[in-house]
Ligand binder design. Structure first.
Ligand code: GCU
Length: 326
């Protein structure tokens, strides 16, 4: 009798576990996607859109769970995890990715792009494609470039009209040699801080200021702790979405095609969202912070000219290649 009861229990347990395996579907591929911005940010919204569309297009066979707000780590840590294969997908700013793929620091070259149209022609063209090849060489595949607008200064000391106004100001930058050199060329004292620590660094006066695009400043509420925002638009440093290369290579060709198709959709989604949010962000920033435009940027451009020339060799002619894109 005892044997019968034990046997029955074992049988039931076996059936239950078989059912669980069946119900959860052995074939379902689950991936985690790490972001470093609030969920409402244009890029993050495009990642959620991408995940939703993926579920639809694969009939639930590929499930991507998005973790915004740096809950899985700051940008540097997220990229590290994707490269190591402990995280499948992550956002990446070129201002952080350069630690793993040095050539992408070319995108932090000040006044590199003429305008948004030029930026997209470069990213979606041959240069963008070649840079994606370098990223692949570091074990990660670029799914799509994400609009990250133009970066400008905000600080608590004075409005910036010319590079002279930056003298002696401690300005936070991303983990990029080119950003550090740019700040020095403009007369500021750069310091690298992770994105999620900028608010408190501004609040406590550890830094005098930082530089970023309007939607990021607004969504991270940096304007609450910054008196002046000066629109000098010194660089346009793109973000992108990355997937671990081994994870990518394990997908079937059909699944890869779905990723490629949805990447295009999500990129467009992010662009539209960006355009909407950039305007709105400036209006919200203006409620707390004095904004000044800098219509003539020639002093800034002049101050970084020799830096640009010196970066030319380091980036294997990419600065010239980018500038030549019409
Ligand atoms: C931008 C970018 C982020 C990046 C951040 C930063 O907002 O979109 O990906 O982390 O700048 O300054 O660190």
């Amino acid at each position: 009798m005892k044997k019968f009861i034990i046997g029955s229990i074992v049988c039931v347990l076996f059936l239950v576990s078989a059912l669980v395996v069946f119900a959860t579907g052995e074939n379902i591929i689950s991936m985690r996607l790490g972001g470093d911005q609030p969920a409402e940010a244009p890029g993050e919204k495009s990642y959620s859109f991408f995940a939703e569309r993926m579920k639809e297009e694969t009939d639930g066979q590929i499930i991507i769970t998005v973790y915004p707000n740096a809950v899985l780590g700051d940008n540097l840590e997220l990229i590290e995890q994707v490269q190591a294969g402990v995280l499948e997908i992550s956002t990446a700013s070129m201002g952080w990715l350069n630690s793993f793929v040095p050539i992408v620091d070319v995108f932090s070259t000040p006044y590199l792009f003429r305008d948004k149209e030029h930026y997209w022609k470069v990213l979606d063209g041959e240069v963008g494609h070649e840079i994606a090849g370098y990223i692949e060489g570091a074990g990660m595949k670029l799914l799509y470039w994400v609009d990250a607008g133009a970066r400008s200064f905000y600080n608590n000391v004075r409005p910036i009209y010319t590079p002279d106004d930056l003298k002696g100001l401690k300005i936070r930058v991303m983990g990029s040699e080119v950003m550090i050199k740019t700040m020095k060329a403009l007369g500021a004292s750069p310091t690298t801080t992770s994105f999620d620590e900028v608010y408190s660094a501004l609040q406590t006066g550890i830094i005098d200021g930082a530089e970023n695009n309007p939607p990021s400043i607004n969504l991270m509420k940096h304007n609450e702790v910054a008196k002046y925002f000066s629109v000098d638009e010194h660089m346009m440093v793109p973000d992108c979405l990355l997937i671990n290369l081994d994870v990518w290579n394990k997908l079937t060709e059909e699944q890869q095609d779905i990723f490629i198709k949805l990447s295009k959709e999500a990129q467009e989604f992010a662009k539209e969202e960006w355009a909407k949010q950039e305007e709105e962000a400036l209006e919200i920033i203006a409620e707390t912070t004095e904004i000044n435009e800098i219509p003539d940027k020639s002093d800034f451009i002049e101050a970084v000219k020799s830096l640009q020339e010196s970066l030319s060799d380091q980036f294997e002619g990419y600065i010239e290649k980018i500038q030549a894109v019409k």
